[in-house]
Ligand binder design. Structure first.
Ligand code: ADP
Ligand code: ZN
Length: 435
């Protein structure tokens, strides 16, 4: 099923024509209403009239997170405050939070786009959606909430935390779908089991997971633990919130970006050079329809690749493959670059290990070191020959890290339940170099 057949299946040529029309409008508007853009375009020697084709956008300067911070809180808004009906702030994973605003029309578009996501996941008005994304300044909760109501589903506004209560509601209300971070889904599954609940027997059939990087192997673990189909949703508050891109249930292979609303580019994160679509690099978005807080060429710092192949579902919008990580989360271990999600892909699913892990980065002399801590299963931990088995597992993991990622890491298997559980975005890396 497709929510907005007309726009989600636009032939490429018509889509690009629409993008160009919208792009010219938004660029002209920010130039005349936001001092920051006027200055930065003037400095780069470009004017809105230079936009004749989509490629001309490459001559325009990027916008980066620091620009948002420098204009804190409302300096980049393109409408008077009297037209702003909602404010949100990013969760501040990587520093001071940034503020975003929405007009009534912005909320309507956001609502539709999240509605599109739910329909892409195969949900209808007959579904009950358990929404465990945090409500509040974080865009996740309210974003998903409005979209769920838009398609006529019954939404349970759970928000994050209070896990025991969540498990009770999951049993009593019988939701058919759940929204949360993938790490919290695992946490819920584990706590439910500990309470003696058969988490596979709940009515849940679809999970919509996002807001943090996760691996294909993690998808398998969550599907096994909760007996549902897990789908990936992507978004960031600067660009809108959840619902910028969503996997379709037909292929489950990359998230369709709602390109009638967002123009996407891939760049080399070091040089800023635009890369051919389909190459791995940093994802850059320009918003095409936002009124209150338009962003031109915003560098997300998310590293991924676009999939340009046509999709069975009929949507023509390009797909964003799994986010490898944020460029600022990249670890450099003895000269080898690695993202936490790549480490996750190596260690999740190994017999005897739980999908809970933590990465500890430290420095010895001038070299950075990495210790990977993973929990062993209860069974393994309590078993006979425990020490021998654990040593063997550690050795084989060290070898896997070397073989698959080329990194030399220490591996420490730890007791069940000793790694902190996530209630929202998981914090996988402890960086002792900064302490
Ligand atoms: P913050 O930047 O403070 O974390 P947001 O809540 O806006 O604020 O988070 C957006 C970021 O979350 C994205 O830029 C991306 O790094 C990450 N993210 C969101 N959805 C996904 C996803 N499906 N897969 C991987 N990462 C994601
Ligand atoms: Zn599709």
């Amino acid at each position: 099923m497709i929510y907005n057949e007309e726009f989600e299946t636009l032939p490429r040529e018509a889509l690009e024509a629409l993008q160009l029309k919208r792009l010219r409008q938004v660029v002209a508007r920010v130039y005349h209403t936001v001092n920051f853009y006027k200055k930065s375009f003037d400095k780069a020697g470009v004017s809105p009239d230079d936009l004749r084709t989509l490629n001309d956008l490459q001559r325009f300067p990027f916008t980066v997170k620091q620009d948002l911070r420098d204009n804190y809180p409302f300096g980049l808004f393109a409408v008077p405050m009297s037209n702003v009906v909602r404010l949100h702030a990013s969760s501040g994973t990587t520093g001071a939070s940034t503020v975003v605003g929405y007009t009534k029309h912005d909320i309507e578009i956001w609502t539709e786009l999240v509605g599109r996501c739910f329909v892409a996941a195969g949900l209808t008005k007959n579904d009950i959606i358990h929404n465990a994304y945090g409500y509040g300044l974080f865009t996740g909760g309210l974003g998903a909430h409005y979209g769920a109501e838009k398609i006529g589903a019954s939404v349970i506004p759970m928000s994050g935390g209070n896990t025991k209560r969540q498990i009770m509601i999951l049993q009593d209300f019988g939701p058919t779908a759940i929204c949360c971070t993938p790490s919290y889904a695992l946490n819920l599954a584990e706590q439910g089991r500990a309470m003696g609940v058969d988490m596979r027997a709940l009515k849940l059939r679809v999970g919509i997971f996002g807001a943090e990087p996760w691996s294909e192997k993690m998808r398998g673990e969550i599907e096994k633990a909760l007996n549902l189909t897990a789908l990936n949703i992507y978004g960031l508050s600067e660009i809108m919130g959840p619902g910028v891109a969503m996997e379709c249930s037909e292929e489950r292979n990359g998230m369709h970006i709602y390109e009638d609303n967002f123009l996407v580019e891939t760049i080399d994160p070091q040089t800023g050079e635009v890369l051919p679509p389909g190459t791995e690099g940093e994802i850059v978005f320009t918003t095409l329809t936002k009124e209150a807080f338009p962003l031109i060429r915003y560098r997300t710092r998310d590293i991924a690749r676009l999939n340009l192949t046509p999709c069975r579902c009929g949507r023509t919008h390009y797909r964003l493959e799994r986010i490898v990580g944020r460029s600022d989360d990249m670890l450099i271990i003895r000269g080898v670059n690695v993202f936490p999600s790549q480490i996750e892909a190596v260690l999740v699913g190994i017999d005897g290990l739980e999908p809970y892990y933590q990465l500890i980065v430290d420095r010895e002399g001038t070299l950075d070191t990495l210790e990977v801590q993973v929990e062993v299963t209860e069974k393994q931990f309590a078993g006979a020959d425990e020490i021998k088995v654990i040593q063997r597992l550690e050795k084989s993991l060290i070898k896997d890290m070397k073989d698959y990622l080329g990194i030399t890491a220490k591996v420490k298997l730890v007791e069940p339940k000793s790694i902190q559980r996530s209630f929202g975005k998981a914090n996988r890396v402890i960086d002792k170099r900064k302490i």
